[in-house]
Write a protein that binds this ligand. Structure first.
Ligand SMILES: Cc1cc2nc3c(=O)[nH]c(=O)nc-3n(C[C@H](O)[C@H](O)[C@H](O)COP(=O)(O)OP(=O)(O)OC[C@H]3O[C@@H](n4cnc5c(N)ncnc54)[C@H](O)[C@@H]3O)c2cc1C
Length: 414
């Protein structure tokens, strides 16, 4: 066993740090309102359903353009798409590193925008798309933006019971139903809509994924759900007799949930690494502050009541780092379904760890910790979301239980 971080990944981290200092930090300094205590207000268009402001998204797009020009944005993508086929292990280490730097334009997790992109839908299209679908939808210049519509008003964790239907009419499919928390729908050009085309409610088979252009008649964004962290692009969507042709099917008819699994595994391990990095940032900041802040004439850091909770968190961080790196390494070698339980363990524990670390950082920083002038409230609110959205904690625990207990633990959810 060799636990050293591979030299090429170490080198990449140094390159990324240099790039951030050279090209991203100056841009960030020109627009302080998106990163200081005003960030949530500056980023949100409160008068238009709380969606991201165009100026904020334009700044993120400029960050991505610079990262692409420097050869970082597509790091994890296939060579044919201009990428470098960066491994899951490299991505985990990079994601942790970027989040550990704290909030910034280099890595806006709320928007899933980073100098090293996480493109699960691009990867999915690359793996499962037809030649025509790839030509039409695989564009990274912002001209194609794809949403992911699985969750519905009556079904989230139990997606295999979803109620949206697609029925065949000649060479077309007619889709009817509703989607909830369909992210990215403030400007998505296409939505990947999951609908039942066969089987009965509860069957994992019989659900099909359709690439639906959002300008199709009958496709309607009803409103955005305002969330703990704003802005929001998490839409309620109604589909009424939306017609799409047969080639709109991604992968095979009835096999849509295979795509959902692919999507969440890519996301879960990277999310776990981001949570680890953000939580580590909270610990690092707390230690630095405790050494500097004096109460009763002595540094806060001399008190074991300050030290021990941070010791507990650091111990958790070290254990998670081992688990996340190993799981990413396994994902590079095995089919993702073989290590699904490890991905789930890493994800739910890392997300929980990050929330605990942010909460502790608020405590160590006292009143200052509670203000928006520190980043901990933002980190807490964002990573709290991860404990629900990529398959909630409980659903991931069911997945682990299914591996541990065999037939006694049922986990057919994504
Ligand atoms: C900000 C945000 C963005 C999102 N983006 C998207 C998106 O882009 N596309 C998309 O399709 N969905 C998206 N979602 C939806 C998300 O995936 C679901 O909210 C999530 O899967 C949970 O489903 P639910 O909300 O219906 O909760 P439910 O399934 O109703 O569950 C409620 C609670 O009960 C728990 N629970 C459920 N069943 C069990 C059980 N058997 N045992 C123990 N506990 C159980 C759950 O863990 C949860 O805590 C988003 C959600 C949010 C909040």
């Amino acid at each position: 066993m060799d636990f050293a971080i591979p030299a090429d990944i170490e080198l990449k981290l140094r390159e990324l740090d240099d790039f951030i200092e050279r090209e991203i930090v100056p841009l960030e300094r020109e627009h302080p309102q998106y990163f200081d205590h005003r960030r949530e207000f500056a980023r949100t268009d409160w008068e238009h359903d709380g969606v991201p402001r165009k100026e904020w998204e334009a700044l993120l797009a400029e960050m991505r353009r610079r990262a692409d020009r420097a050869g970082h944005l597509r790091f994890a993508l296939p060579k044919e798409l201009g990428g470098q086929e960066g491994s899951n292990l490299a991505m985990a280490i990079i994601r942790e590193h970027l989040a550990r730097r704290g909030l910034g334009l280099h890595n806006d997790l709320q928007n899933e925008s980073s100098i090293v992109g996480n493109f699960p839908l691009v990867q999915m299209l690359w793996t499962f798309g037809t030649r025509e679908q790839k030509e039409r939808y695989l564009r990274l210049d912002g001209s194609v933006r794809i949403g992911f519509g699985l969750t519905e008003p009556n079904h989230g964790s139990d997606a295999q019971y979803l109620e949206t239907t697609a029925t065949r009419d000649g060479n077309e499919w007619v889709i009817n139903g509703r989607k909830r928390f369909n992210s990215g729908l403030h400007d998505a050009t296409v939505d990947l809509v999951f609908a039942r085309t066969g089987g009965k409610p509860g069957d994992p088979k019989g659900i099909t994924a359709f690439l639906v252009p959002t300008d199709r008649p009958g496709f309607h964004v009803d409103f955005m759900w305002w969330t703990f962290n704003m802005p929001s692009d998490h839409a309620e969507v109604t589909l009424t007799n939306v017609r799409v042709p047969q080639p709109a099917i991604l992968h095979e008819e009835g096999e849509g949930l295979v795509l959902a699994q692919h999507f969440v595994h890519e996301n879960r391990i990277r999310q776990a690494a981001s949570s680890l990095g953000a939580g580590q940032y909270c610990i690092d900041e707390s230690i630095a502050y405790a050494k500097e802040r004096k109460t009763w004439g002595k540094p806060l850091a001399v008190n074991q009541a300050i030290q021990f909770p941070l010791v507990e968190l650091q111990s958790e961080a070290e254990m998670l780092r081992g688990l996340i790196y190993r799981t990413a390494w396994e994902l590079d070698r095995k089919h993702h379904m073989e290590v699904t339980h490890l991905v789930s363990m890493a994800n739910y524990r890392a997300n929980r760890f990050c929330c605990e670390a942010a909460d502790r950082a608020i405590q160590v920083h006292g009143g200052l910790g509670y203000t928006r002038h520190k980043a901990f409230e933002h980190i807490y609110r964002h990573h709290r979301r991860y404990r629900i959205t990529e398959g909630s904690e409980e659903i991931q625990m069911r997945r682990v239980a299914a591996t541990m207990f065999g037939g006694f633990g049922r986990a057919r959810e994504a």
